[in-house]
Ligand binder design. Structure first.
Ligand code: ATP
Length: 242
């Protein structure tokens, strides 16, 4: 079921509440306007009514969180495919969770997990810019991009959502069957830093530099450094050009 709201704080926050009250796997919540869109680590996701698509999808998995390694990368692949299938050219992915359009950030993915003993609920939040977000007080870490920069008119929001949900359902089925390992090659084909020199910044600014080898079957980034191959989990790091 797809539920549309005119306004909410964050589609993921509301869907998490609904999941706790028994909303079924596959439920989708879309909002015209978010007043408190979230990014990773307490960052905010800005959107403008009519100029962005913000929605969340609930997916329930049997078993614990270990099965969900690489989920946000898998979602990125689905979004990249959905955009390509909607006629958007020039889409790329940046590990772990950014959707890029000609180098700018056109979308973000946020996965919230709710873990019980025998199952895990994942609320997958997706925000996409149809038009550029407003210049808020927020200093954008990464230059924003919008679909309107590469196409006119931009796709109808409902049609775009329908296409994204089709691609998400297909990718989630493959992810449930084979984990991220089954999607790794497809994901790497979209990864903009694949085979390039990159710098990894973590919260305390310990820089690591190396050749980006892609992601392993758990979705961890592999970096060829002078010390050997380093494996980075997506917890608290950001990827930049070297
Ligand atoms: P990075 O990996 O680039 O360091 P991040 O993955 O930690 O960033 P997210 O949590 O995905 O970032 O998204 C939040 C950040 O995205 C905000 O801090 C802001 O810089 C940026 N941002 C917020 N709204 C938008 C938007 N509509 N379009 C592009 N960027 C945005």
């Amino acid at each position: 079921t797809v539920t549309a709201l005119a306004e909410c704080v964050s589609t993921s926050t509301v869907l998490l509440e609904r999941a706790a009250q028994g909303a079924p796997s596959g439920s989708v919540l879309v909002a015209d306007r978010q007043t408190g869109g979230r990014g990773r680590r307490g960052r905010s996701w800005l959107s403008t009514p009519e100029a962005s698509l913000t929605f969340s999808l609930l997916w329930c998995f049997d078993g614990g969180v270990a099965r969900l390694a690489g989920l946000s990368l898998a979602v990125g692949l689905a979004v990249a495919r959905g955009l390509a299938n909607s006629g958007v050219g020039g889409v790329g992915l940046k590990w772990p969770n950014d959707i890029l359009l000609e180098g700018g950030k056109v979308g973000g993915i946020l996965v919230d997990l709710d873990t019980a003993a025998t199952s895990t609920r994942a609320v997958i939040g997706i925000g996409l810019n149809l038009q550029l977000p407003p210049d808020g007080n927020e200093e954008f870490l990464h230059r924003p991009a919008a679909l309107a920069q590469v196409m006119a008119p931009v796709p109808d929001r409902q049609l775009l959502l329908a296409q994204l949900l089709t691609d998400l359902a297909e990718i989630m089925d493959r992810f449930e069957d084979g984990g991220f390992a089954a999607l790794r090659n497809d994901w790497q084909a979209y990864h903009v830093w694949q085979g390039r020199q990159v710098r990894l910044l973590d919260g305390v600014l310990v820089d690591r530099q190396g050749l980006c080898l892609g992601a392993d079957s758990d979705g961890a980034l592999l970096l060829q450094t002078e010390a050997g191959i380093e494996r980075c989990l997506s917890g608290d790091v950001s990827l930049r050009a070297a």
